[in-house]
Write a protein that binds this ligand. Structure first.
Ligand SMILES: [Zn+2]
Length: 77
């Protein structure tokens, strides 16, 4: 059971890339990944930002142009 909420590609995609406008973006996860997260990463649904949570670190990455940005409540900040 994962403690993370994972935004999958089958779910609605409100997280468009601010650089290229692509809707194909993935969630950046911080902390120690569990089995569910490794599966999600293998499937390309998430990427790992590192074991240490970065308060100012990016929360989304674009699969098209690899831009990274922070979002709060679905909006770039
Ligand atoms: Zn992009």
């Amino acid at each position: 059971m994962s403690s993370h909420t994972i935004q999958t590609l089958s779910a609605p995609l409100p997280y468009a890339c601010p650089e290229c406008g692509s809707g194909s973006t993935v969630q950046v996860i911080y902390g120690l990944p569990d089995v569910d997260l490794f599966d999600a990463a293998d499937a390309g649904f998430v990427i790992f930002g590192g074991h240490i949570f970065e308060a100012e670190g990016p929360t989304r990455e674009c699969r098209g142009c690899h831009a990274e940005w922070r979002e709060v409540d679905g909006y770039p900040v």
